[in-house]
Design a protein around this ligand. Structure first.
Ligand SMILES: *Cc1c(COP(=O)(O)O)cnc(C)c1O
Length: 388
């Protein structure tokens, strides 16, 4: 059962209808600036406390969203961005400096790896050690005197590796290292990393928080108020602020987040079990299945699962292509977290180097199980697998 405070955060918390004519939904504050009666008033503005002067620094619609997200993750404060990647980059730049060392989970979201290797590595001399993340000793051995940050994702979103969050948080604290997690898979409904000692949580709101595949956005949340003030100032400098319309759409997405997640979970468990027993599927990657090698740890940290899973298809790459192309209800595309089901032949065109780095074959297909209902989705999967 979802926590009763969470349900209030999703629905009413952070909103002040008396300030906007008792409208049941907040307005989209579609303005770039706020004006003042006097010189003194202008210079007295406190952007950290619900006051406004310029849209890049703060916006009332954006603040409502930030209050809800901070409450949902049990943080002191949330700061939202124009994209998940803007949030991620902001966290790295706030924590690290030239010469810093980062420990990052091997299966991290692809563009994060590009940002680390091709930008921060080349331009800022920031070095990275990638770890599989299943063993705390691996983290411990990777720590150097200049390690400033550990970047986690748990579960990851291709093969769904799980990290012992309490263990890593404790180890990092002993060494004065900041921990960061991409919590997009679980949403705040199914996992609360800050309560396990992780310093910063990031979500791309583009996935379940938006939930309707109609916005791009990201967020950082922490219990450390001082750190989040720094993040807010930095957002103002870099300008990666979200538009008020997108913030409003994310507020709308949050209202149904809990019911959507429960349905995604239910549907995807059914599909995962079906695929696990299908002769043309070699392996299913889903942390909801007892066959997942880290099932116990997942049950300890997560109270549910989302709609994303991967399968390794039997046969060769032609079979993979036939399977994916034969799907009708699962559209072919990247991303996930919306109402719609999606399929992508994820490793189909990976280089040998990439396959080796991730210890994977070319036969990995990732599926997002949307809200079309398990009966329709199972029917589609069955007919497509029969085409192989
Ligand atoms: C999509 C995604 C991101 C990036 O989010 P954007 O909003 O597109 O920048 C980051 N992490 C994960 C796990 C994702 O799936």
């Amino acid at each position: 059962m979802t926590d009763k405070q969470d349900l209030l955060a999703l629905t009413h918390m952070g909103e002040t209808p008396e300030k906007y004519m008792k409208s049941v939904t907040p307005p989209v504050f579609m303005n770039s600036l706020h004006v003042f009666d006097s010189v003194k008033d202008y210079f007295a503005v406190d952007i950290f406390n619900d006051e406004y002067y310029y849209g890049r620094a703060s916006n009332p619609t954006v603040t409502i969203l930030e209050k809800k997200l901070a409450a949902l993750e049990h943080g002191e404060r949330a700061v939202v961005f124009s994209a998940g990647m803007a949030a991620c980059a902001a966290a790295i730049l706030a924590i690290c400096k030239t010469g810093s060392h980062i420990i990052c989970i091997r299966e991290c979201y692809g563009p994060v790896q590009h940002l680390l290797d091709e930008f921060l590595g080349e331009k800022m001399n920031i070095s990275v050690s990638y770890v599989e993340g299943k063993d705390l000793k691996e983290f411990e051995q990777a720590i150097r005197p200049e390690t400033d940050m550990i970047i986690l994702e748990s579960p990851t979103t291709l093969v769904f590796s799980v990290v012992d969050l309490e263990g890593v948080a404790k180890l990092a604290k002993e060494h004065g290292i900041k921990t960061y997690i991409d919590n997009t898979y679980s949403t705040p409904i199914f996992q609360k990393p800050l309560d396990m000692g992780i310093d910063i949580v990031m979500h791309t709101m583009t996935k379940y928080i938006g939930g309707h595949s109609d916005l791009i956005g990201g967020v950082l949340i922490s219990k450390d108020e001082e750190f989040m003030r720094k993040i807010m100032v930095q957002r103002d400098w870099f300008g990666g602020v979200i538009g008020p319309m997108e913030a409003w759409l994310a507020i709308r997405g949050l209202r149904t987040l809990d019911v959507r997640m429960q349905r995604h979970y239910e549907t995807t468990m059914e599909i995962a079990k079906f695929l696990e027993n299908h002769p043309k599927i070699k392996r299913v990657f889903y942390t909801g299945l007892p066959s997942h090698p880290q099932y116990e740890l997942a049950r300890k940290q997560q109270s549910g699962e989302c709609g994303l899973l991967s399968v390794e298809v039997e046969g060769d790459v032609q079979d993979v292509e036939t399977f994916v192309d034969s799907l009708k209800l699962f559209s072919k595309g990247c991303s996930w977290g919306g109402f719609e089901s999606l399929a992508i032949a994820y490793t189909y065109n990976w280089s040998e180097k990439e396959l080796e780095f991730h210890h994977l074959s070319k036969n990995i297909v990732r599926l997002h199980c949307g809200l079309e209902g398990s009966e329709n989705l199972l029917q589609d999967l069955k007919q497509a697998l029969n085409k192989i």
